[in-house]
Each structure stands twice: as structure tokens, then as C-alpha cells.
Write a new protein. Structure first.
Length: 454
């Protein structure tokens, strides 16, 4: 499941499923318990005070209620499951649209996204109507079949017993009146069965989620999930992955970067390089196969634990509004000024920052607009050095700067890469560091997936 898809699923579980489960436990189980116990109490009183034989025959008919309800639940269970899934899909689609609202507007795809949401909403409405139809059918069965059968049977048995002079007229009237008390609570089942269908499905959904979470509980911070692939390695094993709602971008890809090795991953635009980067950072989970980062399986390990093993320098540097020191301390909150200057020195930025009147306290502006592109990128390199992770991921770090800036950035990256495992992603082989190996991703992609967008 994708990260966004999982967010949508968790949101649906935390809101709709939790609400329906609460209604099920508070507003369904109690009335159903009463509906099944009160008739037994009434029949017991009838047997003791009026006529035991008649009470016995009516008890046999009442005993048909649990099998009837159980069988009906099995019949409508697929309806409840379909309703639950449609609710989850609608929640996921709505969350994705909200998260990507800006992109949808700029791409003039908002109307298409709205139409897709409307289509999913209509599907959910249809599933809801089927659920309500099942509830109405149960009401018909309980009221028309069971209740009518109980009343007619009670009247018939009482009449027969009166004609046989084994029961008085008053006793017969009492039986008929007490029968209304028997069927009254049973009618509650139909009234609350809708809550039961939706609530049971929601409770099962929460249970499935908790079971899956328990089976994939991440190891405590600082511990490693044991795997034959050692620390410092990056491994993709027969990985198939793609973005939400789209075809696979990469399929059946396998590659391995050994500890301390520098590997360049190259290939034309759209071949899937950014998808590989997203997989390593757990922004995206594989549809098939597995991804290992420093011996941590991204499908099982906690995402924060995986990301703690990575220092990432991307195409675009995101700087927060604040000072240079504020942005550096995002990677090392407790770093003192001396350590910050060391990081800037490694990034080849110290001299330029020292000439600024405010030094480390220089404001970077919104999104780093008060710095040049090269300065912002080298600030990101300094931040990656402060992170001090064993694996360095370079995702086309020089694509947004000119050739003069590229040389300075490559020199800083070369210093940052010392002693680390490095995976370099670049469109141009010349825009990467000296690599031990160069892998063309297009040679690893399954033939059926070429041309997919990364």
C-alpha cells in the first residue's frame, strides 16, 4: 500500500470505523441482548402462571430467532464488507485530492479529480443503499414472518386448549396478551440491524488493522531487524512499484549497493529513478518484492528508523523560514555553533557565510529565496553532514544549478561521501561523483513498463 493510501486507510479507521464500532457496541449489543432474553423471561412466567405446554411450543418458535438472524448475517456479510471497502476507497481518494490540491489546480486536473470523487461517492451511495435494503428485508422477515407466526400460533394453541377444556378463557386471553410481550423485543432486532451490519464490519476492520500492526511492530529505536544483508547496504529485490492509481513505474527491479560503495543510477527521464529514491525513503512502499536500507526492510521497519539511516540531498532544497542556524539544526537540534561551522566548512559555504553580517543568524527568507541556488544546495549538504547517517542518497543534486555552481556542489558532495555508502541518481552521468559502478536503470526495467512516468 502506498503512503498516501495508508494515510487514507488510517484516517477512515480512526474516524468512520471507530464511530460505527462505538455505535455497534453501545447501541446494538444491548438491545439485541434484551431482545433475546426478555422473551425467555416472559415464557417462563407463562409456563409458571398460565400454561406450561403452550409456553413450551412458543419457546420452540422463539428458538428459531438466533439461527434466523445468524443465517441472515452470513447472507448480508458481503454487503457490509463492500460498504466498508467503498467507504475506505472514498476516504483515500478524498485525502489524496486534498493533499494534491495545489498540483491538481496547476495541472488543470481539478475537474477530473472532482468527477472521480463524485463517481466514488456514487459507488459508496449504492453500497449504502444495498446495506439499508438488507436491513429493510430483515425487518420484513421478522415482522411479517416471525411475529405473525408467533401470534397466530399462540392464538391457535390457546383456542385448541380452550376447546379441549384444558385451559380457561381467561388463560387463553392471557397467553395472547403475553405473546405480544414475546414478539415486542424481537422487533428491536430489525430496527437496530443496520447498526449491527455496519458496526460488525467496522469492528472487523479495526481488528484486522491491529493484527497487522502487531505482526509488523517495528524494533525499538537503535535495534536492527535481522537480515542476511549486512549494515550499510542498499538492496532492491524483484521490486515492483508505482504511484497511487497508476501502472507500475518499475517492475522486477533488483540491485544491490554494498557498504562503502559508490554507485551511480542513471537513465533517461521517466524511467523510474525518482521512484527508487521514494522507495528508499519509505515515501512509497513496493507493491511486490522488498527494499532493504541498512538491513531494514521498509515494509516492516518503522519509517523513521529507516530514514535515520539516510542522509538525502535532493534536486530542490527546501529551507524553512528562519536563520541558517535554524535550518542546520533541523538535522542536529543540539549542535553548537562550532559544529555548525564545521558542517558549513565541509559544504564549502563557510567563507560566504562568514562575510554575511549576521553569520549563522542570517535569514534565508521564504523557501531560501535570500540565498542563491548553489548556496541553498550546499546548505542542504551541510545539513546532511550533520545528520551523520551511514547511507547517502543523492537525487540529482546539481540539476537546478549552473555549471559553475555544479563544480562547487560536486566538490562538497565528494567530501560528504567519504566513508559512506552512496547511491547517486542522475540524468547525466557527468553530473555525479566518481562512482565505483554506474547502473543504467533502463536495463533493469521490465520491458512492459518502459515509458512509465517517474
Amino acid at each position: 500500500m502506498t503512503a498516501t493510501g495508508r494515510s487514507g486507510e488510517l484516517l477512515s479507521v480512526a474516524t468512520d470505523a471507530t464511530e460505527k464500532t462505538a455505535h455497534y457496541r453501545a447501541g446494538f449489543l444491548g438491545p439485541i441482548f434484551g431482545a433475546l432474553t426478555i422473551p425467555s423471561l416472559v415464557l417462563a412466567i407463562m409456563a409458571l402462571t398460565v400454561d406450561a405446554a403452550t409456553a413450551g411450543w412458543l419457546a420452540l418458535l422463539v428458538l428459531l430467532v438466533p439461527p434466523l438472524i445468524g443465517g441472515f448475517q452470513r447472507i448480508v456479510r458481503p454487503i457490509g464488507t463492500a460498504y466498508r471497502r467503498s467507504q475506505a476507497r472514498l476516504t483515500v481518494a478524498f485525502l489524496e485530492a486534498i493533499q494534491a490540491l495545489g498540483t491538481l489546480v496547476y495541472a488543470r486536473a481539478a475537474e477530473r479529480a472532482g468527477a472521480e470523487l463524485a463517481r466514488r461517492g456514487e459507488q459508496h451511495r449504492q453500497h449504502l443503499m444495498r446495506l439499508l435494503a438488507g436491513n429493510q428485508l430483515l425487518i420484513l422477515v421478522v415482522d411479517a414472518a416471525f411475529s405473525l407466526t408467533i401470534v397466530v400460533a399462540a392464538a391457535g394453541i390457546a383456542t385448541t386448549r380452550i376447546l379441549e377444556e384444558t385451559l380457561t378463557l381467561g388463560g387463553g386471553v392471557a397467553i395472547v396478551l403475553m405473546t405480544t410481550l414475546v414478539i415486542g423485543p424481537v422487533d428491536v432486532i430489525g430496527q437496530f440491524f443496520y447498526i449491527g451490519i455496519a458496526g460488525r464490519a467496522a469492528q472487523r476492520r479495526i481488528g484486522d488493522h491491529l493484527t497487522a500492526a502487531a505482526s509488523s511492530t517495528p524494533a525499538p529505536a537503535g535495534t536492527r531487524l535481522r537480515d542476511p544483508d549486512g549494515p550499510g547496504t542498499v538492496v532492491l529485490e524483484q521490486v515492483t512499484a508505482g504511484w497511487p492509481g497508476g501502472a507500475p513505474v518499475i517492475e522486477g527491479v533488483s540491485l544491490r549497493v554494498e557498504a562503502g560503495e559508490k554507485v551511480a543510477l542513471v537513465g533517461p527521464s521517466g524511467i523510474g529513478k525518482s521512484t527508487v529514491a521514494a522507495l528508499l525513503q519509505t515515501h512509497l512502499l513496493p507493491r511486490a518484492g522488498r527494499v532493504l536500507v541498512d538491513a531494514l526492510d521498509t515494509r516492516i521497519a518503522d519509517a523513521d528508523e529507516v530514514r535515520s539511516r539516510l542522509a538525502v540531498v535532493e534536486q530542490r532544497t527546501f529551507l524553512f523560514l528562519g536563520t541558517i542556524a535554524d535550518n542546520l539544526r533541523l538535522a542536529a537540534p543540539r549542535a553548537d555553533d562550532r559544529r555548525l561551522w564545521e558542517a558549513l566548512d565541509l559544504a564549502g559555504l563557510r567563507g560566504e557565510i562568514e562575510t554575511m553580517p549576521a553569520g549563522l543568524h542570517t535569514q534565508v527568507g521564504e523557501h531560501g529565496r535570500l540565498l542563491s541556488g548553489g548556496q541553498a544546495q550546499r546548505l542542504q549538504i551541510a545539513r546532511a553532514w550533520l545528520r551523520d547517517a551511514p547511507i547517502l542518497l543523492l537525487d540529482e543534486p546539481t540539476s537546478q544549478v549552473d555549471l559553475a555552481g555544479e563544480a562547487a556542489i560536486l566538490a562538497a558532495l565528494d567530501r560528504l561521501a567519504a566513508g559512506r555508502t552512496v547511491l547517486m541518481i542522475a540524468h547525466r552521468p557527468g553530473a555525479v561523483l566518481a562512482a565505483d559502478r554506474v547502473i543504467d536503470l533502463s536495463t533493469l526495467i521490465h520491458p512492459g513498463t518502459e515509458g512509465a512516468s517517474a
